[in-house]
Design a protein around this ligand. Structure first.
Ligand SMILES: [Zn+2]
Length: 150
């Protein structure tokens, strides 16, 4: 990112704000050479987001993986694909809105769970049973009971 006044690439971000519902990020930068300020716009595709997996390794965030996971949970549940895609976009947007560069896989799983719970209980239970290894400590049978006795 070059300074438009002196072409130096030596600058710092003084302020970041997401725009267009998280689809782009507006950054206010200050040139460290001429001290002038300028604004840059970055679309989310330019900002890599890494997912920290359970084993500590990292991979680039892939919204398609969220969709696949939800599709599997929603199998034969008569839920339109558009709805699943919408939930995935929603998750993606909130992640980018936080403007962090890394996110734990567990957190994404929790976000999916939360939305599936509102969408379809069977899908929720399926996803939770695959996913529960991430969340030791949660009493899954307790969770099931509370669902069945609603
Ligand atoms: Zn400058």
């Amino acid at each position: 990112m070059l300074c438009p006044f002196c072409s130096s690439d030596n600058n710092k971000v003084v302020n970041s704000r997401s725009a267009r519902q998280g689809a782009s990020i507006r950054r206010r930068r200050e040139c460290l050479d001429c001290k002038r300020r300028f604004t840059t716009h970055e679309t989310v595709e330019d900002i890599p987001l890494f997912v920290i997996k359970k084993d500590g390794s990292r991979e680039e965030f892939d919204r398609q993986k969220i969709i696949k996971g939800m599709m599997r949970a929603c199998e034969k549940r008569n839920i339109p694909y558009e709805r699943i895609e919408e939930l995935a976009s929603n998750i993606e947007r909130s992640l980018y809105n936080e403007m962090s560069k890394e996110v734990e896989a567990k957190k994404i799983g929790d976000m999916v769970l939360k939305r599936l719970r509102e969408l379809d209980e069977v899908a929720y239970i399926r996803f939770a049973s695959v996913y529960r290894e991430f969340r030791e400590g949660i009493d899954f049978s307790q969770e099931l009971k509370s669902l069945l006795h609603k």
